[in-house]
Design a protein around this ligand. Sequence first.
Ligand code: NAD
Ligand code: UD1
Length: 348
Amino acid sequence: MRILLTGGAGFIGSHIALLLLERGYDVLILDSFVNSSFNVINRIKTYLDNKDLKYNLKIIKGDIRDKRTVDNIFFESLKESKPIETVLHLAGLKSVSDSVTNPLHYWDVNVGGTLNLLLTMNEYECHSLVFSSSATIYGLSDSIPMSENHNISPINPYGKTKVAIENMFDDLYKSNKNLWKICSLRYFNPVGAHPSGLIGEDPIGIPNNLFPFITQVAIGRRTVLNVYGDNWETRDGSGVRDYIHIIDLAQGHLASIDYLNSNESCLEFINLGSGKGYSVFQIISQFELSTGCQIPFDIQSRRDGDVGVCYADISKAKKLLGWAPKKSLEEICLDGWNWQIKNPNGYT
Ligand code: NAD
Ligand code: UD1
C-alpha cells in the first residue's frame, strides 16, 4: 500500500517514515527541507539497511503549495499502478513566535498547502487522510485533562491555522458523508528520539521547547535552562505538560491508518498524548536521574502565551484506535539523551 507522507523529513515525519517502512508500506516523502536536513533520509536508509530490510522509499523535494508538484506525485503513482491510498500530512510551519511575526506565511503554507493537497487528493479520488493538528488549538484550560470536546480557542496564528484546517475538514466531510476518511490528530508534546539514536529532534537555532533545550544544556551547547515561572498553580509551581515519546506518537499514526482502512467514512479529531502531566521540575529531575547529567537552571518570569497545566484525556484514542502510549518518562529521557550524545550538533 502506497502512502504519501508530507513533511516526512521533519522530526515527527522521519519517525513515522521509519515505522511505516519497517511495516512494509511503500512510502513517498514530499518535503521542501525548509526545516529539515537531507541527512535524515540517509539515516532512515542506514537503519533499514542495517536490519537487512527491503523497502520502498521515494523522496520528492518540493513544496506542498505547488500544484504541479503535488499533481505529479499522484499522476506518476497512478501511472505505476500504485495509486496513493492514504496521505499523512505533516508538512507545515510550527513556530508560535514566527507565526506571530509572519502570520500570512503561516496561513499560506499551513492552510494554503493543505487546501492544495485536498484539491489534488479529490481529483485523484484519494480520500483517506491523517493530519497533524495540535493541542495548541485548545483555549485556556477549563477542564483537565483536556478531552476533544474542550473549548477551541487558539491564541496565536499558528494555532488558528490548525483550527482553520480542521474546519475545512468539517465542511468537506459534511459535503459528502460517504466519501472522506479523516483523522485529525491533536498532538500534545512529542519528545525523545528513536532508540537507535539515528534520528531525533534537531531544532534550528535556540530551541523554543523544553526538552531539546534540556538535552542541549546537558551536552554543553547551552549553559543554563530558563524555567518560565515557578508560581503556577501546580504542585511545585512550574508548568505542567503532557510529554509523549515520539515512537508512541508515530505508532498512533499507524493505528490511525488501520482505523481508516476499517471504516467506510469518518472524520475524527483525536488527542495523542501520554495522558499524564509532568512539571518542568519533574522533567529536570527525571532527566538528571536517568542520565547522570546536571541541568543548571534559572527561574524566569512566565513566558507569554503559556498556560499552567495542559495534558490530554486520551480515552478516545484508546477506544477508537486501540492505541495506548507504552514508553515511560525514563525512556523519553534516555532516548533523547542517546540521540543528543551521538549527534551533539544534530544532523550537521
Ligand atoms: P518539522 O518542522 O520538524 O517538520 C515539518 C516538515 O515539513 C519539515 O521537514 C519541513 O521541511 C517540511 N515543510 C515545511 N513547509 C513545507 C512546505 N511548504 N512544503 C513541503 N514541506 C514543508 O516539525 P514537526 O515537529 O515534525 O511537526 C510536524 C507537524 O506536526 C507540523 O504540521 C506541526 O505543526 C505538527 N505538530 C508538531 C508538534 C511538535 O511539538 N513538534 C506539536 C503539534 C503539532
Ligand atoms: C509550545 C507552544 C505550543 C506548541 C508546543 C509544541 C508556546 C507558548 N506554546 O507548547 O503552541 O504546540 O510547544 O511545539 O510556545 N519551558 C521552560 N523553559 C524553556 C522552554 C519551556 O521552562 O526553555 C516550560 C514552558 O513554560 C512549559 C513547559 O516548559 O511550561 C513546556 O514548554 P514547551 O516545550 O515549549 O511546550 P508547550 O508550552 O506545551
